[in-house]
Design a protein around this ligand. Structure first.
Ligand code: PLP
Ligand code: COI
Length: 344
């Protein structure tokens, strides 16, 4: 199979149309057949639930080319389960986990020419999403839905990849206590757009959101969870006491990599903003972000909180974690059983 003629190394995190998308419709209380379609548009009623009451959930995972030329993806069962949970939280019919995994395999296989080669720094981003397509005018869940998967080749989410970025503490909240911050629904991202545009305009790569109940604890950024490293080389992972952080699959995997493969001490606990100066490394982790080092965070009073080497280079512990995770994803390092799933 001939790959597309693309300069893979210069891809950014942007959308490129590929050959096929996957679609499946929900009607009369049941999910229908698998559809692979070259049509990248969706036509629906102006009264569809997505347009009025924002019933939408999504996922993000990637397909990788391994060193020996296989096409794999990373823990798709975890994305399937999280999307199942997200859908239930906003009264959408969950898409079965086994069908989700099959659909991912089907759409990647149909777009093999778009999977970036090993070592290119690029990957095929897989974006499953579900929308309410049925009409609703009163506030209630729709009765018809579409589950869909688009795939698109991408480069690094943050410019520079592993070059540290600067963040600002947001004056706005991303998620309410015990609200929907712990699911992957588009409505959370709508909440974060205004602060995100503001942060970019001021030269920051993203926001650090604090818990909205007390504005005391670190939660997450607009598109990734946080990781901190202590002076003695341990990993600290913020937890939310109001259940408003998205349970990142990358973060949960890294906790296991840190403990079981690298032998690091890991603490998962609420992290107060006023303790971050004690940490020597900070990073954001996620499917798109992988591990993106944070050089400094500027708080609401304008004080700079600088980590280790600051904006110069990634620290040693996050560098090791990143190399181990990407090594597992590229099939160079043996990971826990079932993490790497072969597609072709
Ligand atoms: N937090 C937010 C708000 C995200 O959008 C993402 C991306 O999916 C993550 C965290 C990281 O999650 P994951 O590692 O499952 O991609
Ligand atoms: C992902 O990492 O897959 C996400 O969905 C984050 C998004 C901000 C691009």
């Amino acid at each position: 199979m001939e790959k597309k003629d693309i300069d893979w190394g210069s891809l950014t995190f942007a959308y490129t149309k590929t050959d096929y998308s996957y679609a499946c419709n929900y009607k009369d209380g049941a999910w229908g057949e698998d559809i692979l379609t070259p049509d990248h548009s969706i036509v629906m009623s102006e009264c569809a639930g997505i347009f009025h009451y924002c019933q939408e959930v999504f996922e993000g995972l990637k397909a990788y080319t391994t060193k020996d030329g296989r096409i794999v993806c990373f823990r798709p069962d975890m994305n399937a389960q999280r999307m199942y949970d997200s859908a239930q939280r906003i009264c959408m019919p969950p898409f079965p986990v086994d069908r989700f995994i099959n659909a991912v395999k089907m759409v990647v296989k149909a777009n093999l020419a778009w999977v970036p080669p090993f070592g290119s720094g690029a990957t095929l981003y897989i974006r499953p999403f579900m929308i309410a397509t049925g009409d609703v005018i009163g506030v209630k869940p729709a009765t018809e839905y579409q589950f869909r998967i688009l795939v698109t080749p991408v480069g690094p989410y943050y410019k520079g990849g592993v070059q540290p970025v600067a963040l600002k503490v947001s004056a706005y909240d991303r998620a309410a206590p015990h609200g929907t911050g712990n699911i992957k629904a588009g409505l959370n991202y709508a909440m974060s757009l205004y602060p995100s545009v503001e942060a970019h305009a001021e030269g920051y790569a993203d926001n650090m959101f604090l818990d909205s109940q007390t504005r005391t604890y670190v939660e997450e950024s607009g598109g990734a969870n946080f990781l901190f490293v202590t002076a003695d080389g341990g990993l600290v992972v913020p937890q939310s006491f109001t259940d408003s952080i998205l349970p990142s699959i990358t973060r949960r995997s890294l906790v296991q990599v840190a403990e079981d493969i690298l032998g690091l001490k890991v603490e998962q606990r609420p992290v107060r903003f006023d303790e971050i100066d004690q940490f020597v490394e900070c990073g954001m982790c996620g499917t798109a972000a992988v591990i993106s080092p944070v050089g400094k965070v500027v708080d609401l009073e304008g004080n700079e909180h600088v980590f280790g080497a600051g904006m110069e280079h990634v620290g040693p512990v996050l560098a090791k974690l990143r190399a181990t995770l990407t090594g597992i994803q590229a099939g160079e390092i043996e990971g826990p059983e079932g993490w790497v799933v072969e597609i072709a």
